[in-house]
Design a protein around this ligand. Sequence first.
Ligand SMILES: *Cc1c(COP(=O)(O)O)cnc(C)c1O
Length: 391
Amino acid sequence: MMDVDKIRDETPGVGRVVHLNNCGAGLMPQPVLDAVIDHLRLEAEIGGYEAEDAAAGAVANTYDGLSRLLNCQRDEIAVVENATVAWDMAFYGLPLAQGDVVLTAVSEYASNYIAYLQRAARDGIQVRVVPNDNHGQTDVAALAEMIDDRVKLISITHAPTNGGLINPAAAIGRVARAAGVPYLLDACQSAGQMPLDVEAIGCDMLSATGRKYLRGPRGTGFLYVRAAMLERLDPPFLDLHAAVWQSPEHYEMLPNARRFENWENYVAGKIGLGVAVDYALEIGLDAIAARVQGLANDLRDRMAAVPGVIVRDLGQNKSGIISFSVGDVAPELVKESMAAAGINISTSSARSTMQDMYRRGITMMNRLGLHYYNTDAELDRFMTCLRGLRA
Ligand SMILES: *Cc1c(COP(=O)(O)O)cnc(C)c1O
């Protein structure tokens, strides 16, 4: 059993707000906050480089923690400034030429899709969107049928930014493996929210952020690259951290995924990310997923019972993200009314997941993301406010 009282005691933010915007950024627990602030203080007191040397063990701990989180090797991890840069280093690093096909999902995140469009214009690649099945999740049988020898990448978002959908990442991985096609998984919303095992999923590359369900500091992200994939990617840029200048005309890239990092980085954040990962592992990802999904499923039922409220989540098993509309009340106004009542939620526009939103004819909706530290009492407050909007 999860000790929610203890967890809340360790979460300073819960005394101030009902935080239901964990899909935007989770509330940092005290140990993460302390780790970041302590390191910043040390930098101020003894110097940034000297502080980094002194904290070498804590930095190494971040790679160890991430390798446990994902079930991979420490050398298969790069820590960078956000999930988008992590994803970009993999995507732009994959050699793709005229006529090569990338298969992606309906619910793909805007930044990823914009990158496909850039490489379509620049390199002549083709982007094909795998249709959804009856549950609204990526249709694995359709994906298998779309494989041919021009398909050079399967790139899918695990849990999209705009709702409770969880795509069948492992079933997609089996198709990718059978076809011998590299598989890039955007796990930005699933990291810290549910177990992620790169062997069970069968992905070759995975990107995620520190600040969402992992409850780490902002400005942190990470990339997993399977060792066997390392030499197949050509990092889109290199610096003196990613590569060693061996002789005037010669450099060598680092022998591991750190070739996707760069020199100057947010050391305090990197340390805080490691503490956040340890914190999640200590609670246990199975327990986290069970509680988050239990709370979210209950709340969806309660919300759907309010006349005029439409819960819009797709998929069979749903995540902690709930997308909804409140009659014809503008989503911005719903968000503001909630904020006035001390409740943090957000909005989600077609611009962040356009393929999906256009198909469903939605331009804007509300979104919230529950975490394990939320309580029934908080959700009662949310429901009271929601009903008030319909009164
Ligand atoms: C938030 C999000 C991202 C971007 O993460 P950053 O850390 O802001 O770069 C990518 N994909 C999905 C699905 C997201 O929800």
